[in-house]
Ligand binder design. Sequence first.
Ligand SMILES: [Zn+2]
Length: 247
Amino acid sequence: MEVIIWVLILFILIYAIIPYVLAAKLGFWVCWKGKKDAEIALTFDDGPDPVYTPVLLDLLKRERIKATFFLVGERAARYPELVLRMSREGHCIGLHNYKHQCNWLISPWKNARTLEQSARIIENITGERPVFYRPPWGMMHLLDFFLHKQFRMVHWSKMFRDWKRKGGSKKVSNGLITRVESGDVILLHDCGVTPGADEDAPQYTIEGLRVAIPALKARGFRFVRMDEMFDKHFSIKTSHRRKEIEP
Ligand SMILES: [Zn+2]
């Protein structure tokens, strides 16, 4: 019995815990921080959301900022007009699983299949195949690095717990203004329906951004997409992504 428990502990360590710590905490094998001075990337997970995503897109448009959205596949299929709007307004679109599920708890092969399904959903809407992939909660395991080689795994370097309404917009704006530095990949959310989140939390994220964006611009920061930040560090083949949208 004792042997079985030790084998199980060893398996969990090698399969999940060690790869997660190396990737999420030390940046091994993932895009998590850029190298260029004064560049930062805003990234939004869990959408699209019919209430908050349009408000956020309006703000980004007004501020002339391009961001990156990590979409849940089934939500992208439900709200294709929002996905198309993101693409037409120049944002980068990445993957965040078909359903918002932790990779540790689903079969890696099923995840590979549904990731491909999500990539096709987005490509059918926008004409561009997603390249970047951020697993829900950033929870990746050993096989993720072997089974999804067609995608670039993404983590983040700054987050402000914006999926909770506690602290309101001040938590987000203060965090952005006081903690962001060059190269940061900033995790934010434009949808609050995932387990553990508050449904109205994106309202405070957007309000926080309204205050923080002008302040960050005034300090000389330039907002870039994930592909702008990382194309130069990784040899991503971009030709297949540049398909024109049929009129
Ligand atoms: Zn998420």
